[in-house]
Design a protein around this ligand. Structure first.
Ligand code: TPP
Length: 298
């Protein structure tokens, strides 16, 4: 694919998405696999680094912001989604990917998630669900299991957990997938499908956290996850079927594209006033003299 910004027609490679900065994640953190899988997906889809914007929330996940090639943005805690939505509205040619933790996304920023789904903004959103607030050292998040003993709740969590996939499926979402940080091949395939989707792609990664989530380690997920693409009768266009299969998070955990609306129309294409416009908003910025207007308020 020829790059629309720099006219290069070099085929993207893994190297384009590499960085010389040293990783600061803990040994065996699921984030390593997530980054590898994302790079593989971008290369497989032949998306050049110069057409990729990776938007990061604050958290352990966000500390990947300078560890991957392409354009990067590191926002405020819980606020990455509106920034990424704004970016895709301003420049629809960019591939916009956003990353957030379960704390920032389902705690501080949960409203943003809801409205980005309502709007069906054309971004891929990756939820790093490690069941805790990792960067601040293991506080309970909205996805922490009930009764789990955390650093901020040593007697165990007393609130009910928020179920990410079912929550998102209960809204008018157009793409909902789940994968597991220990399976790079599956994550890469899932990211590729998410990148192909036109609209808001929600990808939950069940992420092991060796430091602060001892109850559901890598091995725990290995014993439970199964790929729904192996099920002959699974219909990913059926939201009710998706809700039913996503429900179990303890015994047998379904991974893969749980739901997709193939007729999805992204937000930018729903704007009546932009129907016949071929340029992107960023190409339409001009200098306007507003001094006359301002003088009215003096
Ligand atoms: C509005 C706001 N609240 C709290 C914090 C403190 N804070 C920074 S990172 C973090 C934990 C992030 O956890 P999560 O979003 O789950 O991501 P993870 O670190 O697990 O990847 C918290 C609470 C902050 N910076 N801003």
């Amino acid at each position: 694919m020829t790059c629309k910004s720099c006219s290069s027609n070099k085929t993207p490679t893994m190297k384009d998405f590499q960085s010389n900065n040293l990783f600061t994640w803990c040994t065996n953190c699921g984030n390593y696999g997530i980054h590898t899988a994302l790079r593989r997906a971008l290369v497989a889809k032949k998306i050049p680094a110069c057409q990729t914007l990776n938007c990061f929330d604050i958290g352990c996940n966000g500390n990947g912001s300078d560890k991957i090639g392409g354009y990067s943005f590191h926002g405020l805690h819980g606020r990455v989604i509106p920034m990424a939505c704004g970016a895709t509205m301003a420049n629809s040619k960019m591939t916009v990917i956003a990353f957030g933790g379960d704390g920032g996304t389902l705690g501080e920023g949960v409203g943003h998630l809801v409205h980005a789904i309502r709007g069906n903004y054309n971004i891929t959103f990756v939820l790093h669900n490690n069941l805790n607030y990792g960067l601040t050292k293991g506080q309970a998040s909205p996805t922490t299991l009930k009764n789990m003993k955390m650093n901020s709740s040593p007697d165990g969590v007393t609130s009910e957990l928020l179920h990410p996939a079912n929550f998102v499926l209960s809204l008018e979402s157009t793409f909902v997938a789940r994968s597991f940080s220990g399976n790079v091949k599956h994550m890469a395939k899932t990211f590729e499908q998410a990148l192909d989707h036109r609209g808001f792609s929600f990808v939950e990664i069940l992420q092991s956290c060796p430091s602060y989530n001892k109850e559901t380690p890598h091995e725990w997920y290995m014993d439970r996850v199964f790929d729904i693409s192996n099920l002959a009768d699974y219909d990913s266009s059926n939201r009710q079927q998706a809700l039913a299969i996503a429900q179990d998070q303890e015994e047998k955990i379904a991974i893969g594209v749980l739901f997709q609306d193939k007729k999805s129309v992204p937000q930018i294409e729903k704007q009546p006033n932009r129907k016949d416009i071929v340029t992107d908003a960023y190409e339409e910025t001009r200098h306007y003299d507003i001094s006359k207007l301002l003088s009215k308020f003096r």
